[in-house]
Design a protein around this ligand. Sequence first.
Ligand SMILES: Cc1ncc(C[n+]2csc(CCOP(=O)(O)OP(=O)(O)O)c2C)c(N)n1
Length: 380
Amino acid sequence: MIKSQDFFTILKENDLTFFTGIPDSTFKEWIKFIIKNDPDSLQNIVACNECEAIAIATGYHLATNKIGIVYMQNSGLGKTVNPLTSLCDKDVYSIPILMMIGWRGEPGIKDAPQHKKMGKITLSLLDTLQIPYKILEPDIKLIQKHVSEAIIYLKEHKGPFALIIRPNLFQKYSDIELSENTFEISREEAITFLMENLTSDDIIISSTGHLSRELYEYREKREKDHYKSFYNIGSMGCASSIGLGIALQKPNKKIVVFDGDGAAIMQFGTFTSVGKYKPKNFIHVIFNNNTHESTGGQPTNSDSVNFCKVALASNYNSAYLINTLVELSGIIPEVKKGEGPILIVINIKRGTKANLKRPHRNPEEYKEDFMKFLTEYKEK
Ligand SMILES: Cc1ncc(C[n+]2csc(CCOP(=O)(O)OP(=O)(O)O)c2C)c(N)n1
């Protein structure tokens, strides 16, 4: 393992002090380091998605003639293909960017199913994009050499270069947690409350990370009615769009989306699609902890966002901001009677149980049960 400080020293020697991206648990200790050292010795801009991060680093380069670093999990690499090919590529504007890509799903290493395909194709996708890369080994001298090679390439060829990061490259940076929020409800309490008071027979589409895993645990411990859930374990930010697609086909069934603040921000445009097509049976719940908790608690930009105003301005019918279980309980009758789209933002504190379970069956099996449930519903 290497120390984040040693890695940063190498970057700083090469005038690389600008960072933007979406976090990955693969290098959460490194991200803790850049958050803690921003803005003293570096600048870190929290992006809404990886595509945007490439564009922000492009703007940084245009304004300074320096090279920005974009960090991401390899699941976000797909989102960057458009700006990499149509903005940064040498056939277009030739923008040098150093990418740090967390390698989930590396062949031969056990990982969750949503990482399998991208893990397998990460290096070949970079080859296809004609982006050279180095896989970083835990050897600081070798890393120094790779960064020097990257700099030579970036300056000569003026195009993107990638550093591939495996889990556990970085040592623990510090025990200091990233900032706490002051909210009082836990995600588990909010899920339990909603499941028991609002959604027992509804369809729930849940977002990537701890949220789907907590909902899974809820169902696993009780009725085991997983068939009413679509656990959107990958494709971060897509839960509300999946919900929209179902809601429009099943107008008599309530569709409840359990979303994260980071995920909602990642695909913010979805608010406009939901508002435009206005499904009456659509309830969108955002569990807002102001962080990407599932990848280590890095901040999202939600502390400066008013989700309720965004939803109303996008043509949702109503929107509620909830801080306590009493408030949540107070809106349930209205929400049950009300016409969608309805947004409920629940401010939740950080934290989750250790060793949260993951859905244990093959995702396709859950999908088949879920589709059967939807079909049978139609026949009723
Ligand atoms: C496109 C993409 N980028 C990054 C990730 C890695 N990732 C998984 S969960 C997560 C955080 C989700 O944050 P939020 O929606 O706020 O939910 P929380 O983790 O706080 O429950 C991230 C960044 C991913 N799965 N997909």
